[in-house]
Design a protein around this ligand. Sequence first.
Ligand SMILES: C[S@@+](CC[C@H](N)C(=O)[O-])C[C@H]1O[C@@H](n2cnc3c(N)ncnc32)[C@H](O)[C@@H]1O
Length: 299
Amino acid sequence: MGKSSKDKRDLYYRRAKEEGWRARSAFKLLQLNEQFELFKGISKVVDLCAAPGSWSQVLSRELYEVQKNPNGQIVAVDLQPMTPINGVTTLQADITHPKTLQRILDEFHGELADFVCSDGAPDVTGLHDLDEYIQAQLILSALQLTTCILKPGGTFVAKIFRGRDIDLLYSQLSYLFEKVICAKPRSSRGSSLEAFIVCLNYRPRPEWVPKLELDKSTEEFFEDANIGKSKNLEFLDLPNDERVIAKFIACGDLNDTDSDATYTLEGRREVLDPIQMPTSPPYKQALEMKRRGALVRNK
Ligand SMILES: C[S@@+](CC[C@H](N)C(=O)[O-])C[C@H]1O[C@@H](n2cnc3c(N)ncnc32)[C@H](O)[C@@H]1O
């Protein structure tokens, strides 16, 4: 789809450019916040998988312009480099590597975060099962990192794809958070399996000290958290069921733009430039090779 048709077909894409957001994803976080008041009282924030940075822009505006919070601090992490954003420390790092956790902790000087979000999406291979597996691993990595850095009482929000075994994830999360909700913002295409888990009031087992180590499996990591085991759950007062169906909430104004609809542009019709071009996109090398005439088509 060309730039012009995308501007017409996806009004969130166009609105993002009009309002100065680097990506249309900004509206997803804004609509989640409208529904759940996620930003109330937050100071220390971690934005995982943050590039090109529209969620960090939303968080920066909230902390520094709306709340005028002198103690506000935002750390944004992505594999890709990010163009600077006011008040946001950007780390080019892999969220699946334990060293990344240490880098974030160093930035916070030992303090814990009130809010961690992850909009992570791996590069798709086109092999459905493999893509689903890699996405699930990325969410687990985000969750592991979150358990090491989130304050009790804090909030975790992450993108998920509602695949076959998603209820197991809800179940695991229910052992760690008081409330787990599956939310679908209006700006997230209805035709996509994408949704967001909103996990409120972090309450890990008090004796559990999560520790990220390179050669530790996810199972070993959560061993003492007793996720999915009922014997140590008295303090959580949860039912013994292993599978949990999270409440599903559609959020955002129903009269607002439909992300699956095609609109006719009223008035101004010019195609707007993106706010922030990718700093180092994966296709950069291919474009350079094409310019040099070094990209040849296989006959
Ligand atoms: C949909 S984009 C995020 C958009 C962002 N929330 C925004 O509003 O601009 C997904 C991002 O996940 C990042 N990502 C995927 N795997 C990652 C990993 N292991 N560590 C860090 N970032 C990762 C990608 O580089 C990509 O920038």
